[in-house]
Design a protein around this ligand. Structure first.
Ligand SMILES: [Zn+2]
Length: 466
C-alpha cells in the first residue's frame, strides 16, 4: 500500500512537471487555433485539455484498494494477452485513459508479426523446394505489409497479417509490365504480359532442357505443364485469379505433407485474388494471414499486386500497390525517432475509432505519413501525445473541407532516400485521394458527419476512458 502511494505521488509529480512544460506550447496552439478555426475546434482543444486535467485528478484520487484491485485485474488481462514483454509505464498510463482501444501493446503486435513472418518463411521454403524444377513463377521471400506490420493495427482478435509474395518469371519467360495509362485513381489497373525468351545458348549447358521459343513442341511433349503461358495466363497475360488458385493448391498440399508449424491447424478461407489462411492453435486462438502476389516495377518498392479493392475487375488486371514503400516508410521513422515516440499509438487510437465509420484507415494513414514527414519526430513523444492527436484531427478536417488529400508518394519531394520509387513518381501530378468527395456531394456530407462522430468519440474516450 505504501509503495503504491509513493508510486502514485511520484507519478503525479512527473505528470504535473510534464504538464507545466507543455502548457506554453498549449497556449500557442490555442492562439493559432483561435485565429484559424471555427469555434467548435477551439472547444475540442479545451475539451482535450480538460480531459487531461480530469485524468490527472482521477489518477491521484483513485481509492487505493480500488486501484490495487484494478491493476491486478489488468495484470491478469495483460498476461492473457500473451504479451511477451512487459508493457512500458507509458502504455499503462494510456490504458487508464483509453482502455480497450489501446489494449494491444506495440510490443505484443511486433512479436506476433515476427511469428507470422517466420511461419510464412517456412511455408514458402517448402513451396520453393517443390517448385524448383517447374516453370511456374518463382516465389521470393514474403514482405509483411499493412497496419499489423507497420505497428498500428487497432484490434488483436480480428487483425489480418497481410504479406506480399513477390513473383519473378521462371526460366525462359519474361514479365512485361503494361501500366495503366491515366493515373486518375492511385490503384490504376495494369497488366503483366508474359513472353517467352530464347534460351538456346544457356540451355546447351543444361541437359534435357530446350528453348521454349525454338523447340516449344518438344519441350511441351516432355512436360505438358511446363509453360507458364499454358497454365496461369489468360491470353498472354498473367491471371491473378488463376495464380491465387494455383498458390492455394500448393499451400493445401504442402500443409498436408509437411506442415510448417505443428502448433496450428490450417483452414483455407475463400479468396479469389489472394491466399487467406485461418490458423487455430490448441487453445482455440485464431491467426489470420493473407498472402497477396506482386510483380515488382523495376527495382522499386512499387509492385503490381493481385490484391484490389474492387471485386469486379477482369482477372488479368493487377493493381499498383504502394504497400511495400509504406511499410518501409514506417521502418524508416522507427529508426530515426527517439525511443518514446508515440506516433503508432496515435494511429492505433484513431484506427480503433474509425473501424465503424466510412473514413478509411488508408486516409488516416496518409494523413499521419504527411504529418510524420513535416512535424519533427522529437515532437511525437508521450508528453505531446494529445497535441499530435489534435494535429491529426485538424489535418483530416482541413482535407475534408478542401475535399483534397494528396497521395503520399506522388509529386512528393520529401520521400526518405531509402524508399525507391519509379522515376516518374516525383514528377507526377499529386493524386487526390478524396476526389470522390468532389464529385459526390452526398458522400462529402456523410464524411463530414463521420468526422464529427470521430471527434465526439475521442472526447468521450477522454472523459470516460473505456
Ligand atoms: Zn532459342
Amino acid at each position: 500500500m505504501q509503495q503504491r502511494e509513493e508510486h502514485l505521488s511520484r507519478e503525479m509529480a512527473r505528470l504535473l512537471r510534464e504538464l507545466e512544460q507543455s502548457s506554453s506550447a498549449w497556449g500557442d496552439l490555442l492562439f493559432a487555433t483561435l485565429q484559424q478555426w471555427q469555434l467548435w475546434a477551439v472547444a475540442a482543444v479545451l475539451v482535450l485539455l480538460f480531459g487531461l486535467c480530469w485524468w490527472l485528478w482521477k489518477s491521484s484520487h483513485q481509492p487505493k484498494s480500488g486501484s490495487e484491485e484494478e491493476s491486478s485485474t489488468r495484470n491478469t488481462e495483460l498476461k492473457e494477452e500473451e504479451s511477451e514483454e512487459e508493457d512500458s509505464d507509458e502504455e499503462r498510463d494510456l490504458f487508464r485513459i483509453f482502455g480497450n482501444h489501446l489494449l494491444w501493446s506495440v510490443q505484443s503486435l511486433s512479436h506476433k508479426s515476427q511469428v507470422v513472418e517466420d511461419l510464412v518463411d517456412d511455408l514458402l521454403a517448402v513451396l520453393q523446394e517443390n517448385l524448383a524444377t517447374s516453370f511456374f513463377p518463382v516465389l521470393h521471400p514474403a514482405i509483411g505489409v499493412g497496419s499489423t506490420f507497420e505497428g498500428w493495427s487497432p484490434r488483436e482478435y480480428d487483425a489480418v497479417y497481410r504479406l506480399l509474395v513477390p513473383l519473378k518469371p521462371p526460366h525462359g519467360h519474361t514479365f512485361h509490365l503494361e501500366l495503366g495509362t491515366a493515373r486518375q485513381t492511385p490503384e490504376k489497373n495494369s497488366r503483366i504480359r508474359v513472353e517467352l525468351e530464347c534460351t538456346c545458348m544457356r540451355d546447351q549447358l543444361v541437359e534435357n532442357r530446350l528453348c521454349f521459343l525454338h523447340h516449344p513442341q518438344e519441350e511441351l511433349r516432355r512436360n505438358p505443364a511446363a509453360s507458364l503461358l499454358g497454365t496461369l495466363c489468360t491470353g498472354s497475360y498473367l491471371d491473378a485469379v488463376k495464380t491465387a488458385q494455383w498458390f492455394q493448391n500448393l499451400v493445401r498440399s504442402a500443409w498436408r505433407e509437411e506442415p510448417p508449424s505443428r502448433l496450428y491447424s490450417m483452414k483455407l478461407l475463400p479468396s479469389s485474388r489472394s491466399c487467406k489462411l485461418q490458423l487455430t492453435n490448441d487453445s482455440g486462438r485464431n491467426l489470420f494471414i493473407e498472402m497477396v502476389f506482386g510483380v515488382q516495377q523495376g527495382d522499386s518498392d512499387i509492385f503490381l499486386s493481385s490484391h484490389t479493392t474492387e471485386d469486379t475487375i477482369p482477372s488479368t488486371m493487377w493493381a499498383e500497390s504502394y504497400a511495400v514503400a509504406e511499410v518501409k516508410f514506417f521502418r524508416h521513422i522507427a529508426t530515426q525517432a527517439p525511443h518514446d515516440t508515440f506516433h503508432l499509438k496515435c494511429l492505433q487510437l484513431y484506427a480503433g475509432i474509425l473501424v465503424d465509420t466510412g473514413i478509411s484507415s488508408y486516409i488516416l494513414k496518409t494523413v499521419a505519413m504527411h504529418l510524420l514527414n513535416t512535424i519533427p519526430l522529437a515532437n511525437w513523444s508521450r508528453t505531446e501525445f494529445l497535441m499530435r492527436l489534435e494535429d491529426i484531427l485538424q489535418y483530416l478536417h482541413s482535407c475534408l473541407e478542401d475535399k483534397r488529400l494528396d497521395h503520399f508518394f506522388f509529386g512528393n519531394e520529401n520521400i526518405p532516400e531509402d524508399i525507391i520509387l519509379p522515376p516518374d513518381f516525383q514528377t507526377a501530378e499529386p493524386i487526390n485521394l478524396l476526389q470522390h468527395l468532389v464529385e459526390d456531394q452526398a458522400a462529402h456530407a456523410r464524411a463530414v458527419c463521420e468526422f464529427n462522430e470521430i471527434q465526439d468519440e475521442l472526447v468521450r474516450l477522454l472523459f470516460h476512458g473505456w
